[in-house]
Design a protein. Structure first.
Length: 147
């Protein structure tokens, strides 16, 4: 696959806006590993190889285990994730697939119970931000770098 264009060169303001969103996510109280789990799972759903590659590396740097990274595509079938992580992953999936009926009351209420309003808002914004990055990367055919 060949990259279509470097969107940062074409319109630097786009990257500046997205970087501001990422910087804000970096300030959130959500655990760093949880933020990366959100980014990875959403990127899997969207099929964004560039972001999967990028965020699995960041997750490892944050202390995530390879076992959990290997299992995240079927997180509900493993005992590897906490109740809070499972609630956030389910929420992230429903936000990502918003056209399939939105976020259910059950998923929202469970996430609110476990996270509280502030962290729930942070989880939603983290999900929205990575969805935006996925759409940019996929549209531009951004290519993941081989180590």
């Amino acid at each position: 696959m060949k990259e279509r264009m470097n969107i940062n060169k074409a319109e630097p303001g786009i990257y500046q806006a997205m970087a501001a969103s990422d910087n804000h996510v970096g300030l959130f109280e959500l655990d760093a590993k949880l933020k990366e789990l959100i980014r990875i799972r959403v990127s899997q759903i969207n099929g964004c190889g560039y972001c999967i590659n990028y965020h699995t590396k960041d997750a490892l740097k944050a202390g995530e285990t390879t076992q959990r990274l290997f299992a995240i595509s079927a997180w509900w079938e493993t005992p590897f994730f906490t109740e809070e992580e499972m609630a956030v992953l389910k929420l992230a999936e429903q936000v990502t697939n918003i056209s399939n009926g939105g976020v259910t009351d059950e998923v929202y209420a469970n996430a609110l119970r476990l996270l509280g309003e502030k962290k729930l808002a942070q989880a939603i914004f983290t999900t929205v931000t990575i969805n935006s990055w996925n759409r940019i990367a996929i549209s531009m055919h951004m290519v993941a770098e081989l180590d």
